[in-house]
Design a protein around this ligand. Sequence first.
Ligand SMILES: *Cc1c(COP(=O)(O)O)cnc(C)c1O
Length: 391
Amino acid sequence: MFSLDRFARDKLARLDAEALRRSPVASDRAGFPHVVQGGRRLLSFSCNDYLGMSVRREVIEAAVRATQRYGAGAGASRLVTGNSALHDALEDRLASAKGTEAACVFGSGYLANIGVLGVFAGPEDLVLVDDLAHACLMAGAQLSRAAVLRFRHNDAAHAADLLGRRRAHHRHALLVTETVFSMDGDRAPLPRLAALASEHDAWLMTDDAHGFATVPDDGSAVALRMGTLSKALGSYGGYCCASRPAIDLLKTRARSLVYTTGLPPAPLAAALAALDLIDADPDLAELPLRKARLFTDRLGIAEAASPIVPLVIGQADATLAASAQLREAGFLVTAIRPPTVPPGTARLRVAFCALHTDEDVIRLADAIGRAPWWTRGEATAQRDTACPAFS
Ligand SMILES: *Cc1c(COP(=O)(O)O)cnc(C)c1O
């Protein structure tokens, strides 16, 4: 045994003791919104496949055709020979969907964020990030070697205060947030942040991973509009939409674009097909939020602002127990624990999709309404104030 293995074993034991160990579970999503895990068929409220695109026949067929036509892999970096016609077509589609001059597709949303932040921020600069922003935004900010400050979640006044005190000490400043927060489901005050950015000559960057095709887009005043192909588009890959010069700079300087192989044809074609389906059926994108609102209404909690509804329980072990109880009733609602969310705010994160029927949603709400952890109001003291009340 290497000392490394002892380190790993001891660390895992500590995580086990705190109910914080996590591991991947084989999941068969072919029948989404049902997912089979360990031989059990569960109705999933944990996938980010908000429109069910990952299992749409047209999307799958587009991926198959692209693989047959262009091959399984890209063969090289996009800057060498890995840039297919599908990359260019998808970038045009994304730019026109967002109303920007141009777009750049990356290997994933994670790669997009670390690449974009590294190009537009450096050691002389300041990056202000919302306190609840996704791990890859934090990673990108840190990798950029800029001074990184967190502003209180959705608190534009706090961001204004930090900019007022610190902006003059730096060459450039970036103000970074999410349109829809991945673990909280609430939305950023974009008009106020955009005004703030313009007042202090800061560049506003939004991560639209959970907002694209699920909530109305109010990002027109945003300089850098990042997103992912892996959620409502049901595919894989990331992107950034911006002006032509900003995108041209990304394409020559973003390390997570230059030094990695281009996406294979299949996910590019799948994303294009999903965009076609969304354009052809404008009502589809309204369904996830409508389902989420049916759920919050049924439970009598604050109205959902997006397809994501957090039920904060507090402690990790209690949250795992609540998730296990729902699994017994046939529902997959994964427990989200630190460090994905702040300590003391472990939660069930309920994600709604267009394929859930109203009856599915009501059955889940009623199962939760009857659950002992819900009525007992366990750990309410640690509840985030933005989150639903446990009576
Ligand atoms: C999922 C997610 C990402 C990462 O996107 P991938 O394409 O899965 O790498 C980035 N930001 C947020 C807010 C996300 O939820």
